[in-house]
Design a protein around this ligand. Structure first.
Ligand code: COA
Length: 434
């Protein structure tokens, strides 16, 4: 099909892997499934040991984290996604705490070696370029620094533009395999998420540049923006929620300070509709994560509005988003990159939005974070805080003022005990703060 390229089988390709190697895999929908399966077959035969595997969130199976591969593979995640969570929690895999903006730097600085990069790409075009499609993030840095780059050429990988376009000369070994990309599944927003979406949407001004994090809340916010004008996207990821707003011309990037008219992202998580949308679409730039998530680049856009979520928030505004106590659930991702970037942007708004209680009815607002919980966004970084009960701005507020504001949008059933804890912590003066 591509006469100038010599293809080998996945089994042949993964023969380059040797004991002690570090492997990078492209993320989310672009996880190279056919190579993973071939690699695990070699792992079953114990043909090597101590092979480390790195990646951001991937969709689909991650069999190399299975307990049976102890001593053969060890996954050291840059983000703890759903498919590796149990293994990380059980210690069969591990997590490298790292700002998303710096995942590329781990490779480029040589802090984390990359012996083999395993990626998926679109078929080569007439100029000899392929596209990384849905995963540029740290993958481009891995390609630049790897001793060997193995690419699965897959016609289902969308041909996205920006840093995603690389010449075939950057690839050493080609495998042809046309599997469907793994879609990410999101549930429709529930009434609580809808209420949060409305409070966030009320903070978004016309002409804002948006970043939305992971989960159901972003789609709930986007669903409320039907009457906005001239919105832009500079983000690390987007999903299906942006598509109707692009169709209506509401997202047009007209007011952006950089990359005017373009939607900028570094990876994507969504349905096939999102993958089809970015295919051959000059409006979308898929850029290196060192660009998309650099707070100083982010801040070149005016009115950057960044909306991210949390697992737990204490009454002083410390935000835990990566662990439930000592148990790792997620990672820092790009939360701090964008919270800080938004706060530096002219007219920017950094927002942490979450339901006031968990799906099991536990208050997510606590007097203190659970022992072992990681502070992802510090109390110095937090600005706006939103639950289904409203939105409060903590920036420039004292500890006692913050506690009052945070408790005011906690669940009514939790307010009495939170108030008591604040009184015990701050003394009787607490009651006089307005
Ligand atoms: N106490 C106990 N359990 C809690 C809890 C709390 N305070 N908060 C959440 N949980 C439990 C929930 O009950 C749920 O349990 P389940 O899986 O058994 O149903 C689980 O933790 C997940 O909670 P949920 O609120 O559904 O999480 P989410 O899918 O909305 O994701 C984050 C929230 C914080 C994990 C997610 O936004 C994230 O990974 N953020 C960090 C990275 C980031 O912000 N990146 C930037 C943009 S990509």
């Amino acid at each position: 099909m591509y006469p100038s390229i010599k293809f080998v089988t996945a089994e042949e390709a993964v023969k380059v892997v040797k004991s002690g190697d570090h492997i990078h895999m492209s993320s989310v929908a672009a996880a190279p499934k056919v190579l993973i399966d071939a690699l695990c077959k070699r792992g079953d035969a114990k043909e090597f040991k101590d092979v480390r595997i790195h990646h951001l969130h991937t969709e689909g199976a991650a069999p190399y984290t299975d307990a049976k591969y102890e001593g053969v593979f060890f996954h050291q995640a840059f983000f703890v996604g759903g498919n590796v969570r149990k293994s990380v929690q059980a210690g069969y895999a591990d997590y490298i705490p790292i700002f998303l903006s710096e995942t590329q730097k781990l490779y480029r600085s040589g802090t984390v070696p990359c012996n083999v990069a395993m990626i998926q790409v679109s078929p080569p075009d007439k100029h000899g370029y392929v596209s990384l499609g849905t995963s540029v993030d740290a993958t481009l840095a891995a390609i630049e620094t790897a001793e060997t780059v193995i690419a699965v050429v897959n016609k289902n990988v969308p041909r996205s533009f920006g840093d995603a376009m690389i010449p075939v000369s950057m690839i050493d070994i080609f495998v042809e395999h046309h599997s469907e990309l793994e879609p990410a599944h999101f549930t429709a927003p529930d009434p609580i998420e809808e209420a949060i979406g409305k409070h966030c949407a009320a903070l978004i001004e016309d002409g804002a540049t948006l970043q939305m994090g992971i989960g159901a809340i972003p789609n709930a916010v986007l669903a409320q923006l039907g009457n906005h004008k001239n919105l832009g996207i500079h983000t690390e990821m987007f999903a299906d929620g942006v598509l109707p707003l692009v169709e209506k011309g509401i997202i047009n990037g007209a007011c952006k300070g950089i990359d005017k008219g373009k939607m900028v992202s570094t990876f994507l998580m969504g349905s096939q509709k999102v993958y089809d949308f970015i295919d051959d679409n000059p409006m979308v730039l898929m850029q290196d994560v060192g660009y998309t998530n650099d707070p100083f680049i982010i801040a070149k856009n005016p009115k950057v509005t960044a909306i991210n979520s949390a697992l737990q928030v204490d009454i002083t505004g410390q935000v835990c988003a990566d662990s439930l106590g000592t148990t790792f659930f997620s990672g820092v991702g790009g939360q701090v990159d964008f919270i800080y970037g938004a706060s530096l942007s002219k007219g920017g708004k950094a927002i942490i939005a979450m339901p006031s209680v968990t799906n099991k009815g536990i208050s997510k607002i606590a007097p203190v974070l659970n022992p072992g919980a990681g502070v992802v966004t510090t109390r110095n970084h937090i600005h706006w805080f939103v639950t289904e009960y409203g939105a409060v701005n903590l920036y420039g507020k004292s500890l006692q003022e913050r506690a009052k504001l945070i408790i005011s949008i906690s669940h009514p059933d939790a307010q009495e005990s939170l108030d008591k804890a604040a009184f015990e912590r701050f003394g009787p003066h607490f009651h006089f703060i307005g």
